[in-house]
Design a protein around this ligand. Structure first.
Ligand code: ATP
Length: 267
């Protein structure tokens, strides 16, 4: 693998404080290297979009940020991911509370086969976040409100989550993530299974969630990256080629590979 010259990877977040910092991260699936020496800071209350051609390693990199790759046996990671300056790959880090702090929303909405209420209450119950029913009810209501779903479901909280529309299911999954009070939300193409109206709702929601959380979103849609993110990171063949303010990436990209991608010359 030839390393790409002239990375534009200063990686300095727009906000002064980094919430997550990747340092020299390499990822291997067996003998095959999928991520090459990626360093990137993600700021507090920032939405960063990860873009690039299919197979460039966006999802792999995203999954390093909450050790979701641990679930893949052949996957090995070197380097460091610092969350508030602590390396999440330190052997003493427990991945269960880590994944509550750094929650994840997947491409395909994946509610549990439980009621709407129990989907949201699940995490708070296992993490012991509520003292009793009243507190749990409050967490469920607050999370559904924050995910913009409360008004649509408040009269049927005990109906199955899987009975909702695709867009509602994705907002339910966001409510489930929010319910355990995360600090970072990772989103892996959260709208790719949704229609344009449901997509617009999730995009509005991402903008609102930014006030409270740090968000990293993988997207195939450059329009979506432009609408929701403050910075955009362009990946190419497992390398981080450029990270810059989103409007700059889409108007005056600094690297020729970014320019080729955004002008549709490959991807
Ligand atoms: N579980 C796995 N086992 C082996 N190789 C994998 C695995 N997951 C991803 N890869 C490989 O790692 C590389 C990066 O894949 P990844 O899914 O991270 O890219 P991506 O940019 O998110 O792609 P896409 O946009 O198509 O979702 C690819 O070559 C892919 O084949």
């Amino acid at each position: 693998m030839q390393l790409i010259e002239n990375h534009i990877t200063t990686g300095i977040p727009l906000s002064p404080k980094a919430k997550l910092s990747a340092r020299n991260v390499d990822v291997f699936y067996g003998d095959k290297q999928a991520i090459f020496d990626v360093s990137l800071d993600i700021g507090v209350n920032e939405v960063i979009a990860l873009i690039g051609p299919s197979g460039c390693g966006k999802s792999t990199f995203l999954r390093t940020l909450n050790r979701m790759n641990d679930t893949i046996d052949i996957c090995k990671i070197t380097g460091e991911i610092l969350l508030d300056n602590e390396n999440i790959y330190d052997p003493k880090v427990d991945t269960v509370p880590l994944r509550a702090r750094v929650g994840m929303v997947f491409q395909k909405p994946n509610p549990f086969p439980k009621s709407i209420y129990d989907n949201v209450a699940y995490g708070p119950r296992i993490h012991g976040l509520a003292q009793g029913r009243v507190e749990l009810d409050e967490i469920v209501e607050k999370s559904l409100k924050r995910a913009g779903l409360w008004n649509e479901v408040k009269d049927r909280l005990h109906a199955p989550g899987t009975g909702l529309s695709g867009g509602q299911q994705q907002r339910l999954c966001i409510a489930r993530t929010i319910a355990v009070d995360p600090e970072v939300i990772l989103m892996d193409e959260p709208c790719s299974a949704l229609d344009p109206i449901a997509t617009a709702k999730i995009e509005e929601l991402i903008d609102e969630l930014r006030e409270k959380y740090t968000i990293a979103i993988v997207t195939h849609s450059m329009q979506q990256a432009a609408r929701v993110s403050q910075r955009t990171a362009y990946f190419h063949l497992g390398q981080l080629v450029e990270v810059n303010p989103t409007n700059q990436v889409f108007t005056t990209p600094q690297h020729e590979l970014t320019e080729a991608y955004i002008t549709g010359r490959f991807g």
